[in-house]
Design a protein around this ligand. Structure first.
Ligand code: TXA
Ligand code: MG
Length: 330
């Protein structure tokens, strides 16, 4: 298929919406990462999304809306706490899991009885959804297992010839995917995937405790089954081998420099990643991993972030997966 490249002009966003209405796939920007969108109410469109990404079909898709009133048509229940959180954060990097209505096809929810819903903050995304007249199912617009795309050029790299259209929107400012919060039990919200909206913030807004799903920072082989099916996969992997270093900033810098020297002597090419702050790390991680891959780097040496800080924790969740849980204490 020949992929159409669209701008964020009103005219192009109408063209994109026509493609969605006709059962096609359109990649679009959001404030977190780019998504690969199709009509969420059409099982065939969702099947196309899985095929284009090479994604296992038991991993459910997030349904994107442009107005909170659309939730009524998708969710069997919309508990007060979920509504309150949506009102406080949306449009923004938050996804809420609710019991689904039968109109949402099994292909979209990976056969689950729940549906994940998000109202993104990007205006091109909002217009595309509103113009389509249907909710848009969209996973991150990368090939399965690759780092999520934060620039349209990343989407082109992975999905040219596999999506009907790619919207050449702005770079994603958030940089890591939305926080997924489950409201199956409305009094016990549970964060299934960490993101920029932290459990502390959710707890503050709702006035009740909010926990992480205990499975999310553990290694897959530790046997805890994450409630968000996607969290069990090895994600975000660069082609290069990646090692994380944890310790005081001075010790980490020293260890990375020493290892870099040693690897270079073996004839290997080395890339290093050292972030000063969690938000900067979130914004740049996926893009840096892709850039190092483009350079054909053999080994990436990266400084771990202190997971006590909740934003760092969310980024470390991705870094650990990217490194295959290869972390050295120094
Ligand atoms: O920021 C984001 O959320 C981006 C942009 C495009 O909106 N989307 C995204 O989608 O990251 P994806 O498909 O890459 O990740 C969706 C995550 C997966 O871990 C999936 O298992 C989980 O959400 N999920 C989706 N529906 C769910 C449900 N009904 N119950 C539990 N987890 C669900
Ligand atoms: Mg993804």
């Amino acid at each position: 298929m020949k992929t159409l490249y669209l701008t964020t002009s009103e005219e192009d966003l109408l063209k994109g919406a026509e493609i969605i209405k006709n059962g096609g796939l359109v990649a679009f920007p959001t404030e977190t990462v780019y998504g690969l969108g199709g009509n969420a109410l059409d099982g065939q469109s969702s099947r196309k999304i899985y095929a284009a990404k090479g994604r296992p079909s038991d991993n459910p898709l997030i349904v994107h809306i442009s107005d909170m009133s659309e939730i009524e048509g998708l969710a069997a229940e919309f508990p007060e706490n979920a509504r309150k959180l949506g009102e406080a954060i949306w449009p923004g990097p938050l996804t809420i899991v609710l019991p689904k209505k039968p109109v949402v096809p099994d292909e979209t929810t990976g056969g689950l009885g729940t549906v994940a819903i998000r109202l993104p903050a990007n205006s091109a995304a909002q217009k595309l959804i509103a113009n389509s007249g249907v909710p848009i199912a969209a996973p991150s617009a990368n090939l399965s297992g690759r780092p999520s795309p934060t620039l349209w050029e990343h989407v082109k790299h992975d999905l040219d010839g596999k999506a009907d259209a790619i919207i050449m929107g702005e770079p994603c400012m958030g940089g890591i995917e939305s926080t997924v919060c489950d409201f199956t039990d409305p009094q016990h919200p549970l964060v299934l995937r960490p993101g920029l909206i932290t459990p502390e913030r959710i707890s503050e807004i709702l006035g009740i405790p909010c926990e992480y799903d205990p499975a999310i920072l553990s290694k897959p082989e530790e046997g805890l089954v994450p409630r968000a099916p996607g969290m069990k996969y090895k994600h975000y992997a660069p082609n290069a081998q990646m090692v994380l270093y944890s310790g005081s900033p001075e010790d980490v810098k020293k260890a990375i420099l020493e290892e870099e020297e040693a690897l270079k002597k073996e004839g290997k090419t080395v890339g290093t990643i050292i972030y000063e702050d969690g938000k900067q790390a979130a914004r740049n991680l996926f893009s840096d991993l892709r850039a190092l891959d483009e350079q054909g780097i053999d080994v990436i040496l990266a400084s771990a972030l202190d997971p006590q800080d909740p934003v760092n924790y969310s980024v470390m969740n991705r870094m650990l997966k990217a490194a295959g849980y290869n972390i050295k204490e120094v």
